[in-house]
Design a protein around this ligand. Structure first.
Ligand SMILES: [Ca+2]
Ligand SMILES: [Ca+2]
Ligand SMILES: [Ca+2]
Length: 185
């Protein structure tokens, strides 16, 4: 599992990445300006506000925000700041309200083992891959995937659609991309 275990302040584009177990006073996972596609944000916590993502204008597509917490509990505002002016589509957001529409849902993403063997959420052994019954499967939008500008599969083709998920397996399986960092089927 590739996990970012530090508080991050960043911009630009992030594709197929997992942000979990981050803790901070304000933004738990990420203070972000740019775009996040096919990212999974789970079990980040902030003591005051916004466990998941905060920041400036943000494009959020094909992502999963689940069980990020702050002083409000695991509300929508703990997943993604309402002041981020984020343009959110085809994503799972727990407690979905303000960001309703555009193919967003608030169903449990059915992670394989969100607590991991240690039974504690937000530690390194958590498995945020998708169970076969996950509502995230085939619920993304292929057209929202960016091109492979970094050539992550090193085939010399930077114009193709992002070819790999976080496990380095095919980013699109079954014809339609899944939400989140890992493609299940
Ligand atoms: Ca764990
Ligand atoms: Ca390539
Ligand atoms: Ca799929």
């Amino acid at each position: 599992m590739a996990t970012v275990a530090l508080w991050l302040a960043m911009g630009g584009d992030v594709v197929s990445y997992e942000f979990s177990e981050n803790q901070a006073g304000q933004a738990g996972a990420l203070q972000f300006s740019g775009s996040g596609r096919n990212c999974t944000f789970s079990n980040n916590s902030a003591s005051s506000s916004v466990g998941g993502v905060t920041g400036g204008t943000t494009l959020v597509e094909n992502c999963i925000f689940w069980n990020n917490t702050d002083q409000t509990g695991a509300s929508e505002s703990a997943q993604l700041s309402p002041s981020s002016n984020a343009n959110v589509s085809n994503s799972i957001i727990r407690g979905l309200s303000l960001f309703a529409g555009n193919g967003n849902i608030s169903l449990n993403p059915q992670f394989v083992d969100p607590l991991g063997p240690d039974g504690i959420a937000g530690t390194l052994d958590d498995d945020l891959r998708l169970m076969p019954n996950s509502p995230a499967i085939a619920s993304g939008d292929n057209s929202l995937l960016p091109s492979d500008v970094l050539d992550i599969d090193r085939d010399g083709d930077t114009t193709e659609t992002t070819p790999l998920d976080l496990d380095d397996t095919a980013r699109i399986k079954g014809g339609t991309v899944d939400m989140g960092a890992y493609e299940a089927s």
